[in-house]
Every structure is written in C-alpha cells, then in structure tokens.
Design a protein around this ligand. Structure first.
Ligand code: NAP
Length: 326
C-alpha cells in the first residue's frame, strides 16, 4: 500500500510502498479515506526531531476511514471512524497510508451529519479547538461574559475555535500575523474583531495590564501568552494548546494571585474517550460545516511533502485535508 513514512531520526519523510498493518488486541483495521496536515505532521515530514519516537513510522496524526476488520465488540465492519492523536504518527502508525490500525479505546465514530472529508478537515486541530471550548465552558464562562481572544487565528486550531465560539454566542477577537489578507476570512468565521499578533508578541510591558479578555485560546505560547494572561480579566481563563512562538512562558504569578486567572491546557493526544466523545458531540452540533468547507483545502497523499514546509512557515490557511482515494 502507498504510505508516507518517517524513515529514520532527522531524515525527511518519503512516499513509498509498505505492507498493510495487522490489528492487535483491542484494535481495528481501518481502510483510510482521509487524513489531514497538522503543524506536527509538517514538522515530522521535514525530519525535525520532537514527535516521532520509533522508526520507520507511517506519518499522520489523524485517521479517518471505514473499519474493515476488528478484534473488539466496540466497532463493526463498515463503521466510519476517526482517530485524533493517541500516538498515531508519533509512536504508532498514522494516517498517511491506505490502511491503518487504531486502538478502540481512543476511536470515535464519525457523526452521521459529518462526511469523512469533513471529519479530516476537523482532525486534531478541530478536536483541540473543541477541547479548548469545553475547558472554557467547564470553567463557567457563558456567552455575554466578555471578549474571548483566539491567537494563531488563521491556523487550523484557531480557525475552528473562532467558529465554534462565535456559534456559541461568544464575542471573539482574532489575533493574526496576516491581518491584511485574512481579515475577511476571520470575520467570515465569526470573529468580531481582528488584531495584529505583533500587539501581543513583545516582552510584557507590565505583569498586569488593562483587563480585556474573559477567556483566551492560545496556540502561540511565549510572550504572546504572557501578555494575554496579563490582560485576562478577574476570574478569567486561558487555555494553552500550542507553541507557535515558543515553549517558554515569561510570566509572573500576579495574574493568578491578584486576578484569580486560571491557566489550563488542552491535550489532544492523550484525551480519554469520554472527553473525545464530548468534543466530537460539540463539533457535530455546533460547527458550521459550510465555514469548515471554506477553511479547508484538499490535497492528495503525494502533495503532503510540499505542504509540510508551508505549514511550518505559517503560510497555510485553515485546514488541509489529505484525500487517500485520489
Ligand atoms: N495541545 C494539542 O493537543 C495540540 C493540538 C494541535 C496543535 N497543537 C499545537 O498548536 C499549534 C498550532 O497548531 P495548528 O495545527 O493550528 O497549526 P497551524 O495551522 O500552522 O497554525 C498555527 C498558527 O500560529 C500562528 N503563528 C505561526 N508562527 C507564529 C509566531 N512565530 N508567532 C505567533 N503566531 C504564529 C499562525 O497564525 P496567524 O497567521 O493567524 O498569525 C499560524 O497559522 C502548534 O504549536 C501545534 O503543535 C497542539
């Protein structure tokens, strides 16, 4: 079968032919119809260290397809399923192949209302966006409670987060480095305001700044998250899920002890099944599928190799679907 594999540490991925995998105990075999390109996939395809822990390995942290064989009662042949993370493309074979195995313990049935291509468009990015929205709502925030800041706005997670939040009734400020070219795109997704990411990118001028955000969904880290925390209102929450600017976080404790701000995280890889199901329920009920289609581009398997450097350079808008049937 065709597959994109990471051949060895620090070597770029290649498109090649490999044997189809066999399902182990508690696993299903999936005929893969779609995958997607996430920031992590781009990094792995270029041979950068950090994510892959065993070689050679099929790349692709998202798998969407149809169950063709199962060793568990939880699924039957013909079920449309999706796996986001759970080690796919990191320590177990991922979705850039015509067949993949997946552990039933992390596998979700694709909701009826969502096509397989749309499930891949959602992928890890959309799933992570849903986790962030759930974290904000579990904190008690409601629409009308104040402005929500979404950083890395034109990226995959940011795009889905804006749409989900706007559909839930929140007023969303999108922070982007591509304000001129993506303003209409971001307001089309539901952002009520678009700001330049440079406003947040420099070292914080003060540990406490004007209180602007009821909540923050941050994929950028570093000074951006530090500034966002310094601007979060009393009792607000910031959800950190990414590190596009850096993994550092140069903050003081003042937002926490003087404004009772909460900093939490979203992790798509190890999310337990009930949380995965909650996130996919939210996506199936709330995400505007027309907006999802507008934020998505479809490529074939071989095109992944050219898309990888573009996603790392922040040049990809929204989501990229990989169509394995092409
Ligand atoms: N925790 C998890 O489970 C999880 C899941 C998915 C992704 N992630 C992480 O989240 C981040 C975003 O993932 P993604 O899939 O959405 O990637 P993506 O589609 O490439 O989006 C990232 C966005 O971040 C912004 N950005 C890029 N470089 C930046 C910089 N130097 N300073 C400030 N902003 C910058 C850009 O948005 P603008 O052009 O709008 O500025 C870019 O589109 C990555 O770090 C990824 O590894 C984590």
């Amino acid at each position: 079968m065709r597959a994109i594999i990471a051949p060895a540490p620090n070597e770029p991925a290649v498109l090649t032919d490999i044997d189809a995998p066999r399902p182990g105990d508690g696993e299903v075999l999936i005929e893969v119809s779609h995958s997607s390109v996430n920031y992590k996939d781009g990094s792995t395809v270029l041979g950068r260290p950090g994510f892959v822990r065993t070689w050679p390995l099929t790349v692709g942290i998202d798998i969407v397809g149809t169950v063709v064989e199962t060793t568990t009662d939880a699924f039957t042949s013909g079920d449309r399923v999706t796996l986001n993370g759970a080690g796919a493309g990191e320590n177990r074979p991922g979705g850039y192949a015509e067949y993949a195995t997946a552990p039933a313990a992390s596998l979700v049935k694709v909701p009826e209302s969502i096509t397989s291509a749309q499930a891949a468009a959602i992928g890890t990015a959309g799933f992570t966006a849903a986790l962030a929205v759930l974290a904000i709502e579990d904190h008690g925030l409601k629409a009308g409670d104040g402005e929500v800041l979404v950083t890395g706005a034109a990226g995959g997670v940011g795009s889905v987060a804006i749409n989900l939040l706007a559909r839930r009734g929140y007023s969303v400020t999108a922070s982007t480095g591509r304000k001129a070219q993506e303003h209409a795109y971001l307001t089309g997704l539901g952002a009520s305001r678009v700001i330049d990411r440079q406003d947040l990118a420099e070292p914080a001028s003060a540990p406490l700044q004007e209180q602007r955000w009821a909540a923050v969904v941050d994929g950028v880290g570093s000074h951006t998250l530090a500034n966002a925390l310094a601007q979060t209102r009393y009792g607000g929450i910031a959800v950190a899920y990414g590190l596009a600017q850096g993994a550092d976080l140069p903050v003081t404790v003042l937002p926490f002890i003087l404004r009772a701000v909460t900093l939490t995280g979203a992790n798509s890889v190890d999310a337990p099944l009930p949380l995965r199901q909650r996130a996919w329920d939210l996506l199936s009920h709330e995400l505007d599928l027309d907006a999802l289609d507008r934020m998505s581009t479809t490529i074939g398997l071989a095109d992944v190799l050219d898309t990888a450097p573009r996603i790392l350079a922040g040049q990809v808008r929204g989501r990229t679907i990989v169509d394995l049937t092409r």
